[in-house]
Design a protein around this ligand. Structure first.
Ligand code: EPU
Length: 338
């Protein structure tokens, strides 16, 4: 276990916001949790489990403990039942892991390519992109219960995954995810129905057979064409969830805004792209000092340099208020706010 007091966090969040944590504690193995729980310095402090910091907005110094698992390792557990079962430890880079599965010739994760962050954070918000969600490929999630110190295992059903949500998201500070087991099909069923993906495939020089590796390259190309690279321009991906509204509310909004995209979201419900609502309110490319909205994607808030977390949050509030006033729709922020 490594403990840093008054730890600088600028390099540990993809918004590159400058802030400090009272303690940053890193664990090299699950066995070290016992030392952490027995340490009186941490007993009464607020606790937040930190992954890659790619879904986090620090609005000031954090007066508690940031606990970061550095558990590494990825293994094939079995490959004999029509599916390949693969286990990845929480501290692995998500995209490094996806790239590794694709190199092995395994299918199922290629549409989730190029998403920043760590494996351990992926189940928390049930990451999803280009027609695939994590819940489609998870067999179980291994975690440490921070209340008892015990190792626990959740089946995919027990994780209660839904759009950008899970039991882990609803109980922050209760569990530290230690590893995720995936069940990937032997058969490759490409998911190419998302706008932009077929075009990116068609633009490839390679005209050989369609493979998970080619789909991965296409997905990365689509992402790079419209989402800023956090290593270059601070951001946390989509800042808001796409709002789910009643079909009747969607119908009346559509009657007044014929161009508004609407997607089905289960019985009596409809999903509206938050990016469209935000763009209509004039925020695409908008800037308040160093806090801004990306010029190529209205759902991505960016730090052009020295924006504080509080300034980014103020911009988010301004956007929410404008969308609410014009469309009557509430936007819910996606990143965790500390
Ligand atoms: N749109 C606009 N203006 C924009 C951008 C988009 O009006 O500036 C409209 C367009 O109509 C477009 C629609 O919004 O068709 C949807 O845009 P996009 O395909 O880029 O997807 P998204 O709904 O904005 C979601 C996820 C992304 C994920 C993509 C692709 C959420 C909150 N975000 O974005 O996830 O990569 O779909 O599947 O569900 C993330 O969570 O950080 C993330 C990047």
């Amino acid at each position: 276990m490594q403990v840093v007091e008054q730890a600088p966090l600028q390099g540990l969040n993809t918004f590159h916001v400058s802030a400090r944590a009272r303690y940053l504690v890193t664990l090299e193995s699950p066995a070290e949790l016992a030392d952490f729980l027995a340490d009186p310095r941490f007993a009464a402090l607020p606790l937040f489990v930190l992954g890659g910091g790619s879904n986090l907005l620090l609005t000031g110094d954090f007066p508690g403990v940031l606990l970061q698992p550095h558990f590494l390792g990825r293994t094939v557990l079995s490959s004999d039942t029509g599916r390949v079962r693969v286990r990845a430890c929480a501290g692995e880079s998500w995209d490094g892991f996806v790239g590794w599965t694709v190199e092995q010739g395994f299918a199922g994760l290629e549409n989730l390519s190029c998403i920043p962050g760590h494996v351990g954070a992926a189940p928390v918000q049930n990451i999803g992109a280009y027609g695939v969600e994590l819940k489609d490929v998870v067999e179980c999630v291994e975690a440490l219960d921070l209340a008892t110190g015990r190792a626990v295992k959740f089946t995919a059903d027990e994780c209660r995954f839904s759009y950008r949500d899970s039991i882990f998201k609803r109980q922050p500070g209760r569990y530290l995810i230690s590893a995720v087991v995936f069940s990937l099909p032997h058969a490759f069923t490409p998911r190419l129905d998302y706008p932009g993906v077929p075009e990116a495939l068609a633009a490839q020089q390679d005209s050989g057979p369609l493979t998970p590796a080619r789909v991965r390259r296409a997905i990365c190309a689509v992402r790079h064409s419209k989402l800023p690279d956090p290593a270059v321009l601070g951001n946390a991906g989509s800042f808001f969830k796409n709002p789910v509204v009643s079909q009747s509310q969607a119908d009346s909004l559509k009657a007044e805004n014929a161009a508004m995209p609407v997607y089905p979201a289960g019985s009596g419900l409809a999903k509206i792209p938050a990016a469209w609502l935000i763009e209509q309110c004039g925020f695409k490319g908008y800037r308040d000092g160093d806090a801004g909205v990306h010029e190529k994607h209205a759902l991505v808030l960016v730090n052009y340099g020295r924006a504080s977390g509080a300034e980014l949050w103020a911009l988010a509030e301004k956007i929410r208020a404008a969308v609410k006033a014009r469309f009557g729709v509430e936007l819910e922020p996606e990143p965790n706010k500390l």
